[in-house]
Design a protein around this ligand. Structure first.
Ligand code: 4NP
Length: 158
């Protein structure tokens, strides 16, 4: 497989996309693909820039063996669309916002929806857990684990 660089995007880059980055990295390592699949994450807004992932997300992900190490940053359209092969949003608004940031049709072709890679759970978005209870974080992780498994299969296809 030729190297692929993936950028996971949500609104704040403190809950869903750092979770996606950690889950994907964990699965990539288990699959022996760490040199081929490179993961990063970013937020549509820069409000939490410089902050670590939300403590609740870190705790729930930690129980499943994922360590969240990323520091929040905002999407940088001028460099992110050039560097990354896939830019993967979590919900409808992320996709709308990413399309608004895209400069060209080539940029727009790099935009994907996380739940399109799910094979087990039928959901059309990864719901924002920020204002909710612990169950929301567990659902996010269930969706991310399902989607990341599907994403690896997608990337492994010749
Ligand atoms: P995330 O969750 O997009 O999954 O990181 C959120 C984090 C912060 C805010 C909204 C969603 N916020 O409005 O500050």
């Amino acid at each position: 497989m030729i190297e692929k660089q993936l950028l996971f995007v949500c609104l704040g880059n403190i809950c869903r996309s750092p979770g996606a980055e950690a889950v994907m990295r964990g699965k990539v390592e288990k699959s022996g693909l760490s040199r081929q699949i490179i993961c990063d994450s970013a937020g549509i807004i820069g409000f939490h820039s410089g902050s670590p992932a939300d403590a609740r997300m870190q705790r729930h992900a930690g129980k499943r063996g994922y360590k969240l190490t990323s520091i929040s940053r905002q999407v940088k359209p001028a460099t992110d669309f050039d560097r990354f092969d896939m830019i993967i949003g979590m919900d409808d608004q992320n996709i709308v916002d990413l399309n608004a940031l895209a400069r060209t049709d080539a940029d727009r072709k790099k935009i994907f929806r996380m739940t399109d890679f799910c094979t087990q759970i039928k959901y059309n978005h990864v719901p924002d857990p920020y204002y909710g209870e612990g169950d929301g974080f567990e659902l996010v992780l269930d969706l991310l684990e399902d989607a990341c498994s599907g994403l690896i299969k997608y990337l492994e296809k010749p």
